[in-house]
Design a protein around this ligand. Structure first.
Ligand code: NDP
Length: 449
C-alpha cells in the first residue's frame, strides 16, 4: 500500500490477512496508519512494543443470536454484536447501530475509530461499538421494544458502568435506549444509570446529549472558520442525512447565522434555498418517522426533492456529511470543490471515501475527520456518566458550555499536534496522532495485557 512506512505496511498487511472481507475496517485502519509514519520515526518504541499491532486487534468481540417474535407471531432471528476494542483509557464506550447493513466489519471500523475519538476528548473512556442487522424501518413500536428486550437479554452480561457503556447510533435513538435500559434494569434489578448513555433527561439522561453530536460538529467548524478569520455569518451549508446528527447540526448552523439549503435521507435529498425549515424536518423525521420527500408538499414554494443524483451537487461554502460511511466519493468531492466549498467536516463516521479526502486535502479545503468533528456526542455521553456517578443533573447552559469547551480543546489539540509532527493545518494528522499518543502511552504503562 503506497504511503505507509515499512513497519506500518507490515501491520496493515497483517490486518488485511486476519480480517478478510472487512473492507470498512481495513479503510479505517489504513486511514490511521497513514498518519503514524512521523510518529514511529520520532518514537520507534511504539512500533517495537507492538502497541500499534495490539491496537488493531479488539480486546474482545461478542457475536450473539437475537431471537424475537414479530406482530404476526413469526420468529425473527437477528445477529447482535459488541466489539470491546480498547479499554486503556477507561470503560469501553461507543454506540449501538441497528441497520440491515451491520456486520462485524462495520462494527469493527466504528469501534476502531471510537478509540481515537474518545482519546481526543480528554475524558476517561475507552473504545467500543455494537449493534445488529435488525432493520427498525417499518417495524411497529411493539416490535422495536421486543427486539430491544431480546438484544439486551444477551448484552446485559457484558456491560456495566465500569466495563462497557453503550449509547445510540444509526437506528438507535431515545426510544431504543429506553427499551434497552428498561430490560437491563428488569434483568439485573439494579437502577444502574451509568450503564447506558443517551437516556431521557427525566430518567438519568443528560441535557444536550440529543443535540451534542450535531452541535459539536458545528462548534468544531466554527473554530475552523475562526482560525481563518471567518464566521458562519451568511455561509451556505449543505448537511446530508436528517437523523439525530443532521438535525442538530442544522439547528446550530442556523443559530450561528449560516443557512442550511439542503438535507437528505436514504431515499433522496431536498433543496430549499430559503433555508431548511427545521421544525418541519423534525416533525417529519422525529414524530412521523416519515421520508424527507414529504417536506416539499408541506413547505410548498421553491423547495424541491430529488430521488436521484447527489446532494453534493448543491453548491455551498461548507459541507457537513452527517448520514453514513462512504456517502461522499471522489466525484462528489470534485463537485464541491468546483462550487467553491472551503470546509468539509464529518458529522458521520467516515462518510468521505479516501479518494474524496485526498482531493479535499490537495485542493486546500479545510477537512475535519469524524473522530475530531463528531466527538461531541461521546464527550457528552461521558458528561452523562459523570452526572450519573455523582447523582447530579446539570443545566442545559452548563452542559452546552462544557461541550463547546471540549470541542475547542479538540480543535486546538489537532492543530498543535499537526504542527508538532510536520503537517501544519492538517486536521487528519492532528486527530489521528493526537488520539493515538494518549492511548499508546496508557497501553505501554499498563504492560502487556
Ligand atoms: P440516525 O439513524 O438518526 O440518522 C441517520 C440518517 O442518515 C437518516 O437520515 C438516514 O436516512 C440517513 N442514512 C442512513 N443510511 C443512509 C444511506 N445509505 N444513504 C443516505 N442516507 C442514509 O443516525 P445518526 O444521526 O445518529 O448517525 C448518523 C451518522 O453519525 C452515523 O455515521 C453515526 O455513526 C454518526 N455518529 C452518530 C453519533 C450520535 O451521537 N448519534 C455520534 C457520532 C457519530 P433514513 O431516515 O432514510 O434511514
Amino acid at each position: 500500500m503506497p504511503g505507509l512506512d515499512e513497519k506500518l505496511h507490515d501491520i496493515y498487511d497483517e490486518v488485511l490477512r486476519r480480517n478478510a472481507g472487512e473492507t470498512e475496517f481495513h479503510q479505517a485502519v489504513h486511514e490511521v496508519l497513514d498518519s503514524l509514519g512521523p510518529v514511529v520515526a520520532k518514537h520507534p518504541h511504539y512500533a517495537d512494543a507492538a502497541v500499534i499491532r495490539r491496537l488493531c486487534e479488539p480486546e474482545r468481540q461478542i457475536i450473539f443470536r437475537v431471537p424475537w417474535a414479530d406482530d404476526q407471531g413469526n420468529v425473527q432471528i437477528n445477529r447482535g454484536f459488541r466489539v470491546e476494542f480498547n479499554s486503556a483509557l477507561g470503560p469501553y464506550k461507543g454506540g449501538l447501530r441497528f441497520h440491515p447493513s451491520v456486520y462485524l466489519g462495520i462494527v469493527k471500523f466504528l469501534g476502531f475509530e471510537q478509540i481515537f475519538k474518545n482519546s481526543l476528548t480528554g475524558l476517561p473512556i475507552g473504545g467500543g461499538k455494537g449493534g445488529s442487522d435488525f432493520d427498525p424501518k417499518g417495524r411497529s413500536d411493539a416490535e422495536v421494544m421486543r427486539f430491544c428486550q431480546a438484544f439486551m437479554t444477551e448484552l446485559y452480561r457484558h456491560i456495566g458502568e465500569y466495563t462497557d457503556v453503550p449509547a445510540g447510533d444509526i437506528g438507535v435513538g431515545g426510544r431504543e435506549v429506553g427499551y434497552l435500559f428498561g430490560q437491563y434494569k428488569r434483568i439485573t434489578n439494579r437502577y444502574e444509570s451509568g450503564v447506558l448513555t443517551g437516556k431521557g433527561v427525566t430518567w438519568g439522561g443528560s441535557q444536550v446529549r440529543t443535540e451534542a453530536t450535531g452541535y459539536g460538529t458545528v462548534y468544531f467548524t466554527h473554530e475552523m472558520l475562526k482560525a481563518r478569520g471567518e464566521s458562519y455569518d451568511g455561509k451556505k451549508v449543505v448537511v446530508s442525512g436528517s437523523g439525530n446528527v443532521a438535525i442538530y447540526a442544522i439547528e446550530k448552523v442556523h443559530q450561528l447565522g449560516g443557512t442550511v439549503v439542503a438535507c437528505s435521507d436514504s431515499s433522496g435529498y431536498i433543496v430549499d434555498e430559503a433555508g431548511i425549515d427545521l421544525d418541519l424536518v423534525k416533525d417529519i423525521k422525529e414524530n412521523r418517522r416519515g421520508r424527507v420527500a414529504e417536506y416539499v408538499e408541506a413547505r410548498g414554494g421553491g423547495a424541491r426533492f430529488s430521488a436521484s443524483g447527489s446532494i453534493w451537487e448543491v453548491p455551498c461554502d461548507i459541507a457537513l456529511p452527517c448520514a453514513t460511511q462512504n456517502e461522499l466519493n471522489g466525484t462528489d468531492a470534485k463537485a464541491l470543490i468546483a462550487s467553491g466549498c472551503t470546509i468539509v467536516a464529518e458529522g458521520a463516521n467516515m462518510p468521505c471515501t479516501p479518494d474524496a479526502v485526498r482531493l479535499f486535502v490537495e485542493a486546500g479545503v479545510g477537512f475535519a475527520p469524524g473522530k475530531a468533528a463528531n466527538a461531541g456526542g461521546v464527550a457528552t455521553s461521558a458528561l452523562e456518566m459523570q452526572q450519573n456517578a455523582s447523582r447530579d443533573s446539570w443545566s442545559f447552559e452548563h452542559t452546552e458550555a462544557r461541550l463547546a469547551e471540549i470541542m475547542r480543546g479538540i480543535h486546538t489539540r489537532c492543530l498543535e499536534t499537526a504542527d508538532e509532527y510536520g503537517s501544519p493545518g492538517n486536521y487528519i494528522a492532528g486527530a489521528n496522532i493526537g488520539g493515538f499518543i494518549q492511548v499508546a502511552d496508557a497501553m505501554l504503562a499498563l504492560g502487556l495485557i
